[in-house]
Write a protein that binds this ligand. Structure first.
Ligand code: FAD
Length: 420
């Protein structure tokens, strides 16, 4: 059996030729042509085709009439059948949170989103579910309940041992087609930014990235996803009116952590999603963990951030001495990064990292909106700036108007003495 091309529909875009892992498709005279000897019936091309010109008609005829049962793998035909009928507005229900579990680490943003998801689920009068994908993940399920999930859908499969876009996307897409959630949330982490667009594309729905506020419209029950737009000058509230699920990513540390309740229990739904290693072109050869201190900026409890006011690379020592005295991590503005004083992964803000430390000390930072969106939810903000009108003072808990070259060494000396 091989994929069938509907030549009347094919637009010759070549998306299928790039998607096919077996090089079974080619574009000849403007339309896709299948080599039946090479086609392995993986149906990847049928999912990606924007014109719906590729299909497996023989199988589709045999597709079972019955509804899929829990704990039963959805077949390729069922997947295609549900692709043809995206979840309508009324039939979708439940707020889902993707739990990010990579290399033995659970990303904290997953729990922050369960906290936020709880509010959304309550506003909609629906259930809050966690999606746990990976290999040997029972302890992750326990944690998901502790942080408030009522139900956890689990796909536990050796193919998901290491994170890869395609199998993770397939697992989430499969679950979504089967259970039709109303809303899905995911962290705007490296994984979330990678897998969620792939999921949204396959589900033919919209995705709003990097949201800072999530709400339900009580009149319409629509999900209102708010995020900075136009360089951070305005906040845009975006809705996905006619397609489901409504999907959103949120950066780590933007939402508050919910309370963890040890021993809380819920419903576990184990799914045997049909994943086939031969379908995936990406193999994980080795995992090399990042070692730079800056890689953990979003987890830092004390941050000493510098702006252009620090003046030069050689002056960085002033900030570093303060950071050393109080156990802080160095970060900064885009201005400081573009000047070459810091690396890009140390940039805080709209196009950098979002942080939520206990203490954020801003040295010579004006407080542009693009910087504020990345740090304004810090517990305590202390700003040092020579300009009393600097916008950073509008978010600071403590403001020191003065020359940082005088203020900071004095602060460092004082901290050293008191913390001895
Ligand atoms: P400036 O705005 O030049 O401020 C320097 C400050 O230092 C001034 O307030 C000055 O009074 C003070 N100062 C000078 N000398 C002293 C002294 N001796 N003692 C004390 N204070 C002193 N920026 C980010 O930070 N992160 C982002 O992610 C980001 N993303 C962006 C995305 C877009 C699309 C755009 C358009 C911009 C983005 N920016 C971002 C840039 C942002 O708009 C600002 O230009 C930048 O944050 C300003 O950096 P700054 O505060 O270091 O410099």
């Amino acid at each position: 059996m091989a994929v069938i091309v509907d030549k009347a529909k094919c637009i010759g875009c070549g998306a299928c030729t790039m998607e096919c892992p077996f090089e079974a498709l080619d574009i000849i005279d403007g339309v896709a042509v299948v080599d039946p000897a090479k086609c392995k019936d993986c149906t990847k091309c049928t999912k990606i085709c924007p014109a719906d010109a590729l299909s497996m008609p023989e199988r589709a005829k045999k597709a079972p009439e019955k509804a899929a049962q829990p704990n039963q793998a959805a077949s390729a035909e069922e997947k295609k059948a549900s692709k043809a009928q995206p979840a309508a507005e009324g039939e979708a229900s439940g707020v889902w949170v993707i739990v990010e579990y990579i290399n033995g680490n659970i990303s904290q943003v997953s729990w922050e989103l369960l906290g936020e998801g709880r509010k959304l689920a309550d506003a909609l009068g629906t259930e809050l579910c966690a999606i746990v994908t990976g290999y040997q993940v029972d302890h992750v399920v326990t944690e998901a309940f502790a942080y408030g999930a009522e139900k956890v859908y689990v796909v536990d499969n050796p193919i998901l041992k290491d994170y890869r876009t395609e199998p993770y996307a397939d697992a989430i897409v499969d679950l979504s087609r089967k259970y039709k959630p109303e809303i899905i949330l995911c962290g705007a982490t490296s994984m979330g930014r990678d897998v969620f667009p792939a999921v949204a594309t396959q589900l033919q729905t919209g995705l709003t990235a990097d949201c800072t506020v999530l709400e339900i419209d009580p009149e319409t029950r629509l999900f209102k996803m708010t995020r900075p737009a136009f360089g951070g000058n305005i906040m845009a509230t975006i809705q996905c009116r006619t397609h489901r699920p409504q999907m959103s990513t949120v950066r780590p540390r933007v939402m508050a952590m919910p309370e963890r309740v040890e021993g809380r229990e819920g419903i576990i739904v184990r799914e045997e999603v049909a994943l086939n290693e031969a379908d995936y072109r990406t193999k994980v050869v080795e995992f090399i963990a990042a070692t730079a201190k800056s890689a953990f900026l979003d987890k830092a409890e004390i941050i000493v951030a510098v702006g252009l006011g620090i003046g030069s690379q050689k002056n960085m020592v002033i900030a570093e001495e303060l950071a050393d005295a109080i156990g802080g991590t160095i970060a900064g503005t885009r201005g400081a990064v573009e000047s070459g004083w810091l690396s890009h992964d140390q940039q805080v803000g709209q196009t950098g990292v979002t942080v939520r430390p206990k203490v954020y000390i801003a040295l010579g930072i004006s407080g542009a909106i693009q910087h504020l969106v990345g740090m304004q939810t810090s517990d305590y903000i202390i700003a040092v700036n020579s300009d009393p009108e600097a916008a950073i003072f509008t978010v600071a808990n403590y403001g020191i108007v003065g020359d940082l070259f005088q203020v900071v060494p004095a602060l460092t000396a004082e901290f050293k003495e008191r913390l001895q």
